[in-house]
Design a protein around this ligand. Structure first.
Ligand code: MLT
Length: 410
């Protein structure tokens, strides 16, 4: 008899965003004329920067000539892209990261899930609560957890609540954990971590032999100059942290697909034999075996982000979404909502009004305002009673959605 991976049976319902889409589709089938505005999933809406489009077209033309045609590229990504990333995103901020430590991929969702391939199955894993659901679900799939309880918390995971009570920062646990997922600027709360906070995590990880998975997919949205963009701005991070970054949100690549992971060569873990193993070698081996790299055309598009025009155009995109975030914050606080985030991140996190549960508020917003957001409880038990509004949409849609919400709840 064929055996299946029964860990999948432990997963709660559907993945959050398809589940939201399912509910929205049911509503719109019953109400085909309802003008729905989607501020749920953090998916970009504005066109790809001109510099990226030009580079993609040029690269496509090259693929049409025998002399410049390319087949398989390096699994780790082309050197010219990795060099630009190392220089602009890391060395320019004082981070000691070399191009050879960067791995180009097709997304941070994939990377944060795939990284588990190089770790064993006896690690104690800590996640914040609320949390980007991919970190939890991939651990469930890999058999690193027990079953879910009635609150949806999986046995074996260490949940670190991030709520208004601790200013949305993850309190360092008193027990030892092996793998720690941190995402700052945070999805979903929009909170940021100060240098001191990250230093405390790095010190904890180095003293306990733990590894931090640092998801920096939203770093481009940081406006406060004191906030670190990379974990490698923190002394000691090269011996305890892996970082994930993406072109999805800053350059509008959600449909184009390009991202990266950083695994410093100084990151070592002891094997059961006592031998010290470089995680870089394992990740490199994993990628070379299971991945054939991102297409040449798309890597050229990503490279264009670092041209002067690309820098200006991506800055323009980020500023545009952050103006949306300011509008959301401003209008909703005027309407009496308690709002968080949205100052260094494209997400506004709000307390649901009238003690409504997250899903009750979701339904009310959908049925009365025809606006879609994301229920906080979908990100974890501590997200119950909260709700996430994404700033990724056109100005017109954001303004219309806000006017409807203020009318209904203000
Ligand atoms: C989100 O809405 O949380 C993000 O769009 C999810 C993602 O980037 O995969």
């Amino acid at each position: 008899m064929v055996a299946i991976n029964e860990n999948y049976l432990k997963l709660k319902a559907g993945y959050l965003f398809p589940e939201i889409a399912r509910r929205v589709n049911t509503f719109s089938q019953a109400n085909p004329d309802a003008p729905i505005i989607r501020l749920g999933i953090g998916d970009v809406t504005e066109p790809l920067p001109q510099a990226c489009r030009d580079a993609i077209i040029k690269a496509t033309e090259k693929m049409g000539q025998r002399e410049s045609f390319r087949g398989y590229g390096p699994e780790q990504g082309y050197g010219w892209l990795r060099e630009k990333i190392a220089t602009h995103d890391f060395q320019a901020r004082g981070c000691d990261i070399d191009a050879s430590e960067i791995f180009i991929s097709d997304g941070s969702k994939c990377d944060t899930g795939n990284i588990l391939d190089i770790f064993g199955n006896t690690n104690t894993i800590a996640v914040t609560d609320p949390v980007y659901p991919v970190y939890v679900d991939t651990n469930v799939m890999a058999g690193h957890t027990g079953a879910a309880n009635e609150k949806g918390e999986y046995g074996g995971l260490v949940y670190l609540p991030i709520t208004a009570a601790n200013d949305f920062t993850a309190t360092i646990p008193s027990q030892k954990v092996d793998l720690i997922y941190l995402c700052f600027p945070n999805n979903p709360t929009g909170a940021v971590a100060t240098k001191e906070h990250l230093q405390a995590w790095v010190d904890y990880a180095n003293s306990h032999g733990s590894i931090i998975f640092f998801d920096a997919a939203y770093e481009a949205f940081i406006t406060d100059p004191t906030i670190p963009h990379s974990i490698y701005e923190i002394p000691g991070a090269r011996t305890c942290a892996i970082e994930f970054r993406s072109f999805s949100k800053n350059a509008g690549f959600t449909g184009t697909r390009c991202a990266l992971s950083v695994v410093p060569k100084t990151l070592e873990v002891k094997a059961s034999t006592g031998e010290k193993i470089q995680l870089w070698s394992l990740w490199s081996r994993r990628q070379a075996t299971k991945f054939n790299g991102v297409s040449y055309i798309i890597q050229r598009g990503a490279e264009a982000v670092y041209s002067p025009e690309g820098q200006e155009q991506t800055r323009g995109l980020v500023n545009f979404y952050m103006e949306n975030a300011s509008l959301i914050r401003e209008k909703l606080s005027l309407a009496g909502f308690a709002v968080y985030g949205g100052e260094n991140a494209p997400y506004v996190w709000l307390k649901t009004p009238n003690d409504l549960s997250s899903w009750e508020f979701f339904d009310k917003l959908l049925t009365t305002c025809h606006v879609v957001g994301t229920p906080g409880s979908g990100f974890g038990a501590a997200g119950e009673g909260y709700f996430r509004i994404s700033a990724f949409n056109s100005r017109e849609n954001v303004e219309t959605a806000l006017a409807r919400i203020v009318k209904a709840f203000g």
